[in-house]
Ligand binder design. Structure first.
Ligand SMILES: [Zn+2]
Length: 155
């Protein structure tokens, strides 16, 4: 798939590097990252039914009672990968919008980023997210999983 390059500066070692992102303006398409440089996965939230499923479970979770629709949409993006996607090859959760890993020091703390202008693109094979762990759960276990991840995130 065609991805757009973004320039990043590492917050720890100040190394400057480029990493791919979904093209600006893409609707309901997300890139997820784990905690290593190679762990990257793709989600088309219009096609993938688990996104709506997790959305509904999050909205009915008592931890989020009274939160605005905007806040809940942000929580959905932050928690969806850990809730419904199989972890990366190192066992770490994928997260929508997670920052890339610095190729120099391995930190995931970014001081500065900007979309490169004029735009630069690369063509890269990005595997779609997979859900076999999530799909093996019954509806009670799914609600429990959502509650656990929200709790881990501090809600
Ligand atoms: Zn660094």
């Amino acid at each position: 798939m065609k991805l757009q390059l973004v320039k990043y500066i590492c917050g720890v070692c100040k190394f400057e590097f480029k990493a791919p992102q979904i093209k600006a303006g893409a609707y309901a398409e997300f890139l997820l990252r784990g905690q290593s440089m190679e762990s990257i996965a793709y989600l088309d939230a219009m096609e993938d039914k688990t996104y709506d499923e997790v959305d509904a479970l999050i909205k009915s979770n008592p931890r989020l009672t009274g939160k605005s629709a905007n806040v809940i949409a942000g929580i959905l993006r932050k928690s969806y990968g850990a809730i419904a996607c199989n972890p990366d090859s190192e066992g770490n959760a994928f997260q929508i919008g997670a920052l890339p890993v610095c190729p120099s020091c391995g930190s995931q703390s970014i001081e500065y980023w900007e979309v490169i202008a004029p735009p630069e693109f690369i063509d890269r094979v990005v595997p779609p997210v997979t859900h076999s762990v999530w799909q093996s759960l019954n509806s009670y276990e799914k609600a429990q999983k959502v509650d656990q991840v929200l709790s881990d995130l501090g809600y």
